[in-house]
Design a protein around this ligand. Structure first.
Ligand code: KIV
Length: 292
């Protein structure tokens, strides 16, 4: 399904994503996060299949140390900004912590805020224990992407951002969670921070696509955070990140050049300034004798 930047856009839909298994001959899905309209336009022009308005917003845009600080209102605000760019990619809105933990009714109401902001599907974290919430969303015609493995909203329960599924019991639990998510109606499942072998087992087991991040090459797709791909975020470099650009260095150099030219009074120049007409300038006695 993935297209290059020069390929004409074909609409990406929930059914087309659901059918996208590599073992059936599909190309791996490409998902990237975006949080605003320029980011969504860049991702869309690059030809990604899915844009995730991730709750990583909290860390890469809003400066928090974990994802627990963003609210459904924050997520709706940024989902709307992404949607205004009208990307060809499918927009997935991330349900933040505590927006789907209290009741099925609360979950549907919160998900509806993301859908009304422009998301075409929502994502939530967790395995078997989330089944009632997933079923309620599917009942309300809201497509759901699952997310298991290293689930950042469980950072305190996990004792940090730690790779999951390393023991055989934990690996089998992930397989069983994935089957439960598929059975409940998830159209795809993010696998985060798990050994490649476990991701391959899960991917073999389920009939919906798995989308990996720190889960090795054998998933049906990959997702990375926008700021990591572009090298805007350079404070942390998790093992699974490959940086495709160094936008932070380019940006610092550009702003430094601008600062220098302002201080040297070489910016703005005549071509970057507006000017009065000759007649008005003359009427205002703005010309010296030498200017005429
Ligand atoms: O919020 C996010 O960016 C995510 C991805 C890492 C999958 O959930």
């Amino acid at each position: 399904m993935s297209s290059s930047a020069s390929t004409p856009a074909t609409p990406v839909t929930v059914p087309s994503v659901r059918a996208n298994k590599v073992r059936s001959g599909s190309a791996p899905l490409v998902m990237v996060t975006a949080y605003d309209a320029p980011g969504a336009r860049i991702a869309s022009e690059a030809g990604v299949d899915l844009i995730l308005v991730g709750d990583s917003l909290a860390m890469v845009v809003l400066g928090y140390d974990d994802t627990l600080q963003v609210t459904i209102e924050d997520m709706a605000h940024h989902t709307a900004a992404v949607a205004r760019a009208k990307p060809h990619a499918l927009i997935v809105g991330d349900l933040p912590w505590l927006s789907y933990h209290l009741s099925a009714e609360d979950t549907v109401r919160n998900a509806a805020l993301l859908i009304r902001a422009g998301a075409e599907a929502v994502k939530l974290e967790g395995g078997t224990k989330r089944i009632p919430m997933i079923e309620a969303l599917v009942d309300a015609e809201i497509p759901v992407m699952g997310h298991i493995g290293l689930t950042p909203q469980s950072v305190h329960a996990m004792g940090g951002f730690k790779v999951q599924g390393r023991s055989s019991d934990a690996a089998l639990q992930l397989v069983s969670d994935a089957k439960a998510l598929e059975h409940a109606g998830c159209f795809s499942i993010v696998l985060e921070g798990v050994p490649s072998e476990v991701a391959a087992m899960v991917t073999d087991t389920v009939n919906v696509p798995t989308i990996g991040i720190g889960a090795g090459p054998d998933c049906d797709g990959q997702v990375l955070v926008y700021h990591d791909v572009l090298g805007i975020e350079d404070r942390m470099a998790p093992k699974f990140v490959r940086r495709y650009a160094d936008v932070k260095s380019v940006s610092v150099a550009a702003i430094a050049d601008y600062s220098r030219e302002v201080r040297e009074r070489t910016f703005p120049g005549p071509d970057e300034s507006y000017h009065l007409s000759h007649e008005v300038a003359e009427a205002l006695h703005l010309y010296g004798a030498g200017d005429k």
